[in-house]
Design a protein around this ligand. Structure first.
Ligand SMILES: Cc1ncc(COP(=O)(O)O)c(C=O)c1O
Length: 337
């Protein structure tokens, strides 16, 4: 692999821990489950975006840009992490966020941190929240007129550069698995823009990983992702000098756990967040990792995953959004106020 030649700035605390979730397995009467703790990548409170941004910001700095333009939803984790990392390397950060300033969650969770980090926020009232029309280009034009050198961070960091972070994460994980003599059957990951899933799939195809990468979509339908992801993977493979991964017929993606849409809490997600907090002391988030865990739990309970299997759950972070969902995430369970 050729990441050695790619511009990169080291931000992440690596390797992230690989921990067995024995209590969770026991309560589910299910398979062995290991958490790969990418919620602990560190910078900007951590999450999967840190690995991607090492390469993306590396390129922006090498090309002489002085400003990052970052888009996402109101509670975008990418916005929070890019704002923090931008500050570390002296880049100004412009956020273009889907929603309106009147949103009741405006100044909590990730958005509170965005403001604290000093990012400039432009709101775009858009549905679906990942379609920004000309907004990014408009912000870019305005910055260029003011003499700045803006760099548009791709949505979710899902460029071939961003994927490099998760090809490397695969090598890190395989090393840990080997050292611990664990051979998992499947690796679970939340799918938003699909860059993390693509990088993990490419990484698995080019290593001795041996597991299936299972994606739980939090927003888009399965067909959309199956049409799009092979192209992502091919472009990543080309950039990194790797062999590509198998075609779309072999991608394992579920869109059954989205509920009413991106960011809309489901009962299963609430249960997953509460269960993992109470068994393992680990916080999941209401938008990504909670829904991914809801999918894993359902597949265990319905018998689609056998007790004899071994599962790795990639914890992609996102828990600051919990504070924007406050009472929504508390379960209607005995003992809960
Ligand atoms: C916490 C968290 N998990 C998972 C994802 C999904 O990653 P990707 O966009 O690469 O599919 C995101 C993306 O925003 C995220 O913030």
């Amino acid at each position: 692999m050729t990441t050695g030649n790619m511009p990169r700035i080291r931000f992440a605390n690596l390797p992230t821990p690989l921990e067995e979730a024995r209590n969770l397995s026991r309560v589910l009467n299910g398979p062995r489950i290991f958490f790969k703790r990418d919620d602990l990548t560190g910078s900007g409170l951590g999450g999967n975006k840190v690995r991607k941004l090492e390469f993306i910001i590396g390129r922006a700095v090498e090309e002489g840009h002085d400003t990052l333009i970052v888009c996402g939803g109101y509670q975008s984790n990418m916005a929070r992490i890019a704002s923090a990392l931008g500050n570390k390397v002296g880049l100004h950060v412009e956020l273009v966020l889907g929603g309106t300033p009147e949103d009741s969650r405006a100044r909590n969770g990730n958005l509170l941190l965005d403001y604290l980090l000093g990012a400039n926020v432009t709101y775009v009232d858009t549905v679906p929240r990942w379609e920004f029309g000309t907004a990014l280009e408009d912000v870019r034009e305005a910055l260029l007129k003011r003499g700045r050198k803006p760099f548009i961070v791709p949505l979710g960091g899902s460029s071939p550069e961003g994927m490099a972070g998760y090809v490397e994460a695969t090598a890190e994980l395989v090393q840990q698995l080997t050292a611990m003599s664990i051979a998992p059957d499947r690796l679970f990951v939340a799918v938003g823009s699909g860059g993390t899933y693509s990088g993990l799939t490419l990484g698995a195809a080019n290593s001795s990983a041996g597991y299936e990468v299972v994606g739980i979509s939090v927003s888009r339908d399965k067909q959309y992702l199956i049409d799009k992801i092979p192209d992502n993977i091919n472009r990543g493979a080309e950039l990194l000098g790797l062999k590509s991964a198998p075609g779309c017929e072999s991608l394992s993606i579920y869109d059954d756990y989205i509920g009413d849409g991106y960011g809309a809490l489901t009962d299963a997600c609430k249960e997953a967040i509460s269960l993992v907090a109470r068994t393992e002391g680990i916080f999941l988030d209401p938008v990504y990792s909670g829904k991914c865990m809801a999918g894993l739990i359902d597949l265990i309970r319905t018998g689609a995953i056998a007790k004899s299997e071994t599962i790795v759950f990639l914890h992609t972070g996102g828990w600051p959004a919990l504070f924007a969902y406050d009472s929504d995430v508390l379960p209607p369970a005995p003992g809960c106020p």
